[in-house]
Design a protein around this ligand. Structure first.
Ligand SMILES: Cc1cc2nc3c(=O)[nH]c(=O)nc-3n(C[C@H](O)[C@H](O)[C@H](O)COP(=O)(O)O)c2cc1C
Length: 141
């Protein structure tokens, strides 16, 4: 059984709802899943997992949330080479542009980017399904 970490930051709950769906998808695919708020973990704990789902909304001006998630992800970049990874999150008005930089950063680490999905505001039923599929793909990677 693969061990999957789903780690996220969410200010108003949209990315948290996506994280729940990603975790559900990974569990349905047979993974052991730890779903955790970024403020309750440290990047060094990534070593305990086979695969990681990172969730963060667009904040600032098309960047990752700067107080908690950005420092966490900056540390994580040195620890995910070779690991299957997915990215997800919510945006409000920028059409998800922040994801392009995030994907490039992730690919530059040598991680295996299995997939990425971002949606506007709260995830609707279709977006929840996409998140579940993302979690399942990660568990099967
Ligand atoms: C301080 C702040 C900065 C934001 N910056 C952006 C942005 O640059 N681009 C964008 O598309 N949305 C931006 N948003 C909107 C959020 O990405 C959007 O509301 C998202 O759904 C929040 O997700 P959450 O509920 O997981 O916190 C910003 C929101 C806040 C509060």
């Amino acid at each position: 059984m693969s061990k999957v970490l789903v780690v996220y930051w969410s200010g108003t709950g949209n990315t948290e709802a996506m994280a729940n769906a990603v975790a559900d998808g990974a569990k349905s695919a047979g993974a052991e899943v730890n779903l955790i708020d970024v403020d309750s973990t440290k990047a060094s704990e990534i070593a305990d997992y086979d695969a990681v789902a990172f969730g963060c909304p667009a904040m600032g001006d098309e960047v990752l949330e700067e107080a908690s998630f950005e420092p966490y992800f900056a540390d994580a970049e040195a620890l995910i080479s070779g690991k299957p990874v997915v990215l997800f999150g919510s945006w409000g008005w920028g059409e998800g542009k922040y994801l392009e930089d995030w994907k490039s950063r992730t690919e530059a680490t040598g991680a295996k980017l299995v997939g990425a999905f971002v949606t506007q505001d709260a995830p609707d039923d279709e977006a929840v399904e996409e998140c579940k599929k993302l979690g399942a793909s990660l568990a099967n990677a």
